[in-house]
Design a protein. Structure first.
Length: 456
């Protein structure tokens, strides 16, 4: 296994070492249970970073505080990420950084904003009240699959806040979503809670244009129906809605459009969370879907979800990861379900006059099998890969889910910080799974016999 032994944070003299990275004779804390064999049991990593099944290996390909090719630093809090095909066996990764206002030294300009003069002011969306640039945004990495190395990495969006997840588009852009609703005057100079678009092929900083018609709320993730160009959006709130944006011009989101929220047909203001004895549905149940138009989507009072629910929109429990599959989409509800261990929803858009339909695809009743699923993707071999983000004494895992809903475990965080996994995505050829670890902030490339999973 290949890794760097130190993660240097924010370019300062202080560094976070991989302390305790020695061979362990006993399994790590945190039991897991596979419903099908998958790739077999996890093997303790003697370096104490990532436990994987036999035959798999990893590399740390980027880490917080490294100097990038543009002279700026890799920001901390690596989160959502998308993978695009590149040239000559390369892929392009566009990676979010969930840098919040309190993370003053985790942005691309380093401790004390010492590199701030390297950022052109017109490319910075917003600043703190003192004029220093906000640290959130995206970085772009060019990765060579054959050589298993980063060819180049650079800052591609800056001056935003809490860039959590997002989604790839069919027109080769990444939608970077702010999970934040800070108002101008609250330590920052502009309102936040927007979606920004970053072309995968951008070679430097993009113009930071907020897509205001897509609504202002605590955005989490996005995905696009390639047939209609409709954009679906999740919201990370206990009482969140599920949104659909219908662009005025397909493929040109900045032209505006119409924002809607999902309504369960025949059950206005339904509660899909199955909390507190109010069980709406069971696993594998399907319900028809309608949509309600939303107004005042720029939401100066941060109340879009309350107004949408009052108009009939359904409630979801922390809508987070969202991905497009084969004519359908999946999204996680991190804390949903009777036990609160999480749900996964599956939605099939209607075609030729048929209604949209939504299914409770998975609801966990065993945290050893599946717990607090967040970012997810559909792998080329047809399985869902899901990052967990429960912060507890137990270890955090990456799970895989077969098409029939059976769950198995493919990785375990062995680092002492036990930070959440995020941004899982797969190279188009299926050879490499990329994933971020939010704390202390690094990106992994995992290789192995991905198509060799076992169902029994």
């Amino acid at each position: 296994m290949h890794f760097s032994r130190r993660l240097v944070l924010a370019g300062g003299a202080a560094a976070l070492a991989f302390s305790g990275m020695v061979a362990r004779a006993q399994p790590r804390s945190g039991e897991y249970r596979n419903e099908i064999p998958g790739y077999g049991p996890l093997i303790d990593d003697p370096e104490g970073l990532l436990d994987l099944p036999d035959g798999f290996s990893y590399r740390v390909i980027s880490q917080a505080g490294e100097t990038m090719d543009d002279g700026l630093l890799v920001p901390g809090k690596a989160d959502g990420m998308g993978c695009f095909p590149g040239e000559d066996g390369q892929v392009i990764l566009v990676r979010n950084h969930e840098v919040r206002p309190r993370h003053l030294d985790l942005g691309p300009t380093g401790v004390g904003h010492r590199l701030r003069d390297q950022l052109p002011a017109e490319k910075v969306f917003d600043t703190y009240a003192d004029g220093h640039p906000l640290g959130g945004g995206t970085t772009t990495l060019i990765y060579d699959l054959a050589q298993q190395r980063v060819v180049r990495q650079h800052l591609s969006l800056t001056g935003t806040l809490t860039n959590c997840a997002g989604g790839v588009t069919p027109w080769r852009t990444w939608l970077s979503c702010e999970e934040n609703e800070d108002n101008a005057g609250s330590g920052v100079n502009r309102n936040h809670g927007w979606v920004f678009e970053v072309p995968a092929d951008a070679t430097g900083l993009v113009d930071p244009v907020p897509l205001t018609a897509m609504g202002r709320f605590e955005h989490e993730a996005a995905c696009v129906d390639p047939e209609t160009s409709h954009v679906y959006l999740t919201e990370d709130r206990d009482d969140s809605l599920f949104y659909r944006f219908i662009p005025t011009t397909p493929g040109r989101l900045a032209d505006g459009g119409r924002l809607q929220a999902l309504v369960i047909a025949g059950a206005p203001a339904a509660d899909t969370r199955n909390w507190n004895g109010a069980v709406l549905w069971r696993m594998q149940d399907w319900l028809d879907v309608e949509w309600v138009d939303l107004d005042e989507v720029e939401s100066p009072n941060n109340d879009l979800r309350q107004r949408g629910h009052a108009a009939g929109a359904a409630l979801f429990a922390r809508g987070e990861g969202l991905t497009w599959g084969d004519g359908e989409l999946f999204f996680t509800c991190t804390s949903g379900g009777v036990q609160g261990f999480g749900q996964i929803m599956r939605m099939v858009p209607g075609r030729d006059g048929t209604p949209d339909r939504i299914q409770l695809f998975l609801e966990s009743d065993d945290e050893a099998v599946f717990d607090y699923g967040d970012n997810l993707t559909v792998a080329p071999w047809g399985h869902l890969l899901v990052c967990e983000d429960r912060y507890s004494a137990e270890r955090i895992h990456i799970r895989a889910i077969a098409p029939d809903g059976q769950v198995y475990t493919i990785a375990r965080n062995a680092h002492p910080d036990n930070g959440e996994f995020a941004g899982v995505c797969v190279s188009p050829d299926g050879s490499t799974v990329f994933v971020n670890v939010l704390n202390p902030g690094y990106t992994l490339a995992i290789t192995g016999p991905w198509r060799s999973w076992q169902s029994s």
